[in-house]
Design a protein around this ligand. Sequence first.
Ligand SMILES: Cc1cc2nc3c(=O)[nH]c(=O)nc-3n(C[C@H](O)[C@H](O)[C@H](O)COP(=O)(O)OP(=O)(O)OC[C@H]3O[C@@H](n4cnc5c(N)ncnc54)[C@H](O)[C@@H]3O)c2cc1C
Length: 335
Amino acid sequence: MGVPCREIKADWGAQRVRGLSIVKTILHIFKKLFSSSKSIAQREIETSLIEQFLYPKYGPGQMWEKVAEEIKNADGKIYLNHRVVRLKTNGYRIISAVVEKVDSGEEFEIEADLFFSSMPIKSLIKAMTPHPPAEVQEVAAGLIYRDFVTVGLLLKKLKVQNKSGLRTINNIIPDNWIYIQERDVKLGRIQIFNNWSPYLVKDENNVWIGLEYFCNEGDYFWRMSDKNLVEFAINELVKIDFIEKEDVLDATVIRMPKAYPAYFGSYDRFPIIKEFLDPFGNLFLIGRNGMHRYNNQDHSMLSAMVAVDNIVNGLKSKDNIWSVNTDSSYHEEKS
Ligand SMILES: Cc1cc2nc3c(=O)[nH]c(=O)nc-3n(C[C@H](O)[C@H](O)[C@H](O)COP(=O)(O)OP(=O)(O)OC[C@H]3O[C@@H](n4cnc5c(N)ncnc54)[C@H](O)[C@@H]3O)c2cc1C
């Protein structure tokens, strides 16, 4: 189910731990032994080493609820459960988007002056009409994504004990997430939602965790029934001594296609797509799959903000949008 490390490009690693080095990590450990910074901003600390961060009470969805409210207050319209299925172009201009209502299949067309796209580039190129040149279509069709299944488990308690010395509600282990290294389980990471925000759990006596599996859409894991996935997940946690089976109160399964844009497949030839799309003056690629870039939420939002600034300032080049999350001067490396 996994991808051998030798098939993953160094770009990916460089981007994930940019600014971090072994020397900085060791220095950080020593500094921590002698002082403890309580500053939330943690400006002096590399992102990979931060130990505290602000998190919305009910999760980041709250931000988007607020954004949606602002859009509606400004008489904007949001179409939920609709999919862009075609983008009509004329030369290097997008004229309109043909949108399909997901539940009924009903289609309608929206004309606009400006288009921001956070849909997967693979789908964007496929949707463009007239069709882009064959080479562009070929590279887009060859882009690969990693897909994601998460199994949520509501538990009476964890078996694993808090020996960290850190105080937590109900003394559960203090981690937000834990990467799982054991070779005999498929589980990649565990989230402990109580520690993200206690408000995410209805009864604070229970523990609400998410088991994360990285797979490919349509593979045997993806196609397993929810019931079998839950059983599989529980057995894995019992195997690594994390929980007792009888403590499971409830479970849910969520499958998320295209969770990760991959840096293999036709990614080497990605500049062909970029060179084709950049000249479309009223199209702005933003976000994670929108740029086929391993962007986090902050990078994704920043790419959109830079795009808007460019429009406001009449800047035609899109280079500064592509620089988000690659440029060493990007604000994540705090000065
Ligand atoms: C398991 C996991 C954990 C993560 N944890 C963190 C974290 O802790 N911190 C962090 O900063 N980031 C995290 N990320 C990354 C973060 O989720 C992404 O960076 C962010 O969601 C990207 O925002 P976006 O707007 O580009 O894309 P998305 O949030 O994916 O939004 C794109 C939207 O476009 C829609 N769409 C797709 N195709 C079409 C179409 N044809 N027509 C219309 N709409 C379409 C999709 O349904 C989706 O709603 C995590 C990601 C994963 C998968």
